[in-house]
Design a protein around this ligand. Structure first.
Ligand SMILES: NC(=O)c1ccc[n+]([C@@H]2O[C@H](COP(=O)([O-])OP(=O)(O)OC[C@H]3O[C@@H](n4cnc5c(N)ncnc54)[C@H](OP(=O)(O)O)[C@@H]3O)[C@@H](O)[C@H]2O)c1
Length: 326
């Protein structure tokens, strides 16, 4: 089978290559999935470059422990291990496998059956691969930590990427007024998908505009914690899903101290993979949520696409479709 592999950290276009490798065999609790689509995530960008360096504690200090990146998939069950009762051969599945490993930039993968959910026919493979990670981060940030309420004034920073494009739709379902912050070239498209107001972060720092919000969802924490306090209303909540490691560490400490003295809250999401896919499927079946993909592209394009993703040129989720002739 074909797989996108790397053995040293570095620039994606230099260290990644499509290679012919042995098709894996499922262990007792695993399923073999023929991958039909996969999506690129921030983890892939960090894993392949081994940066931020802190990540090397997880990924391997001097060289990567993982050989094939990729953590989201949609595909067909091709074989099942002896202990698997959740799926049968021929069923369509999708999921974020990051609790169990990496390796979706390939034609096949063996993975623990618990990493996957059944995919309905109405949800295409390309679209399904774009959902698990971004949708779960968006809903867990807005609902579980942000305690989103009807009609609130909300700001999403890093608003044109995978998480932002789901988060705005979830916030609009609650009748909220939503401002999106991202780079200038994405603002028109962001208005088209539902943002009420848009801000170019390269021209304006949203924490210095004098506007305050009931809830801020940040995909790109890169300022001091007290900057975010300025942009929160008196009982406002700031919830981040990611950003610069230094910024997140400051936020963790400052957030705890602040909660002793103030009604404002600063919090960090710890993703529970696939937890909210049932809710996604409910909204999808009622046509209340749309999936915005950039692609689908070919597996052979993966090295270039990881670079493209890292440079922030994409809108929505970057999807790689398999099974079509390249
Ligand atoms: N908390 C957890 O458990 C957990 C788990 C997994 C992943 N994550 C995090 O989730 C995040 C992924 O979100 P995503 O998939 O939506 O990312 P994404 O698709 O890369 O979107 C991020 C957007 O932010 C924009 N951006 C870049 N710099 C910015 C800045 N300074 N201010 C405002 N916007 C900026 C980017 O556009 P331009 O580059 O064009 O400006 C891009 O449109 C990552 O931070 C990742 O680390 C968290």
């Amino acid at each position: 089978m074909k797989a996108v592999q790397f053995t040293i950290y570095g620039n994606p276009e230099r260290v990644l290559a499509v290679r012919e490798v042995a098709k894996p065999l499922p262990k007792n609790q695993e399923v073999l999935v023929k991958i039909r689509a996969t999506a690129i995530n921030d983890y892939d960008w960090s894993l392949v470059r081994g940066k931020p360096y802190l990540y090397r504690l997880l990924f391997g200090l001097f060289k990567p422990k993982v050989k094939i990146p990729g953590m989201e998939l949609a595909g067909m069950v091709d074989a099942v291990g002896s202990d698997v009762t959740k799926f049968t051969v021929g069923e369509a599945v999708f999921g974020d496998i990051s609790e169990y490993g990496f390796g979706t930039f390939a034609e096949y993968i063996c993975i623990d059956a618990n990493a996957l959910e059944k995919k309905p026919v109405a949800l295409g493979f390309d679209e399904a691969s774009a959902v698990p990670h971004a949708f779960c981060l968006a809903i867990q940030a807005l609902r579980d930590l942000g305690n989103i309420k009807k009609g609130q004034k909300i700001l999403i920073n890093g608003a044109g990427g995978g998480v932002g494009t789901f988060a705005v739709q979830l916030a609009k379902l609650e009748g909220c007024v939503v401002t999106g912050v991202d780079s200038g070239e994405k603002l028109e498209q962001m208005k088209a998908i539902g943002y009420d107001f848009v801000v170019d972060y390269k021209k304006t720092n949203f924490t210095k505009r004098g506007e305050t919000y009931d809830l801020i969802l940040d995909c790109k924490t890169n300022q001091y914690p007290w900057s975010y306090l300025r942009a929160l209303s008196p009982n406002g909540k700031y919830v981040t899903i990611g950003g610069k490691p230094g910024g997140l560490i400051q936020l963790l400490f400052f957030g705890k101290i602040l909660s002793l003295f103030s009604n404002k809250k600063l919090q960090i999401v710890s993703l529970k993979p696939n937890k909210d896919l049932d809710y996604f499927l409910e909204l999808f079946s009622q046509k209340r949520v749309q999936i915005f993909i950039d692609g689908p592209y070919f597996l052979g394009d993966t090295p270039r696409l990881i670079q493209y993703f890292g440079e922030g040129k994409h809108q929505g989720k970057v999807v790689i479709g398999l099974g079509k002739a390249e």
